[in-house]
Design a protein around this ligand. Sequence first.
Ligand code: ATP
Ligand code: MG
Length: 413
Amino acid sequence: MAKIIKVQKGTKDILPQEVGQWHKLEKNALEIFTRYGYKEIRTPIFEATELFARGVGDTTDIVNKEMYTFEKSDRSITLRPENTAGVVRSFIENGMARLSAPVKLWYKGPMFRYERPQAGRQRQFHQVGVEMFGIKEPTADAEAIMLAVDYLNSLGLNDLEVEINSLGCPKCREEYKRKIKEVLKPEFDNLCEDCQNRYEKNPLRLLDCKVESCKEIFEKPEIQKVIQSDFICEECAQHYSELKSYLDKLNIKYVENKLLVRGLDYYNRTVFEIKSNNLGSQNAVCGGGRYDSLVRNLGGEDTPAVGWAMGMERLNSLLPEIEPEKLDGYIVSNSPADAFAFAQELRAKGVNVEFDLANKKFTKQLEKASKVARFALILGEDEIKVNKVSVKNLSTSEQVTIDRNEVIDKIKA
Ligand code: ATP
Ligand code: MG
């Protein structure tokens, strides 16, 4: 026998018995996001590597370690590790800054990161996300968070924790970064290798480190004092406090977490995450924030923006299983021509129906019907002669013989 080729490490098939949950995630996304005025955008799965280097930031784990990059005709191409950069590219390229603000876009689809596969972490995974352009006011941040909560609630997910923080603006952050570096300097040799590398380039990222020994260091009082200090400037503080007052008004419960800095370089002011206690260690389902300088950094005009992304696999693991739907009817007949014609008649009217393409024995067909359908639609010789059909309800076994045009009423009832 030929050698079997297996699925790649860190990737998964989504099988028919699991796809119901995915349909739900996608259907609710379309429904809820549309309610808030978002339009779907579909951007390519690969982009110029430079887009991510500049758009995600070359001090991030994503760009440094996790990208799937390859050369094709002298071009460096990367499978998208996230989709904000792609959406921003498209926003700029398609002149969407000319549209009246806000421009609200949502997306769903696969992302690729070369990470160590584990529960809740794959190399190909899926995100659903939103990006809103053109509004600097904190109403936009609040609406984005409200939308995330609304979407999660629509999926029956209520037991979640919203964490927020403000990273300030590049101006007030400079001083904060300096202080963080200063207070961590004596500990430099005790930091993990990643943190040592980030120390110069992206000191805020240290706060986000998941390594126990680093977390312990950050617990030290003198370091906590800097972390917990209110470093943000007056304008940023005003923005942040308005955001919180909107969240209060909307009854969105949140906790403030000064350690929340998010992995990506481009955030300013608001950052947030939504976590579930039912997910184990990879417990973040949603991450987002404000990124007012990204559009400009990627060559567009100054455009404030806010957005978030959710990991669909993690959402999925929180949803109850959804049984695949049964067919409305399965036609049982030993006259394939009649069965086929009847099937087409019903399909044209929106009924989900199959018949036995292999024309097996009548009893075999009945057995199959009871497995896959709610009703057996029996076209035996007798029924065919008088142009009728016997409809058997496969859960109650009740059976009636009726005119064929009455079938829809019977099975939709
Ligand atoms: P993490 O801290 O879990 O690595 P992240 O900060 O890298 O998350 P984001 O880039 O903010 O994640 O992506 C948003 C969401 O996408 C995450 O909250 C998570 O639900 C999901 N996600 C990120 N990476 C993966 C992955 N490798 N596999 C599955 N889901 C992922
Ligand atoms: Mg990550």
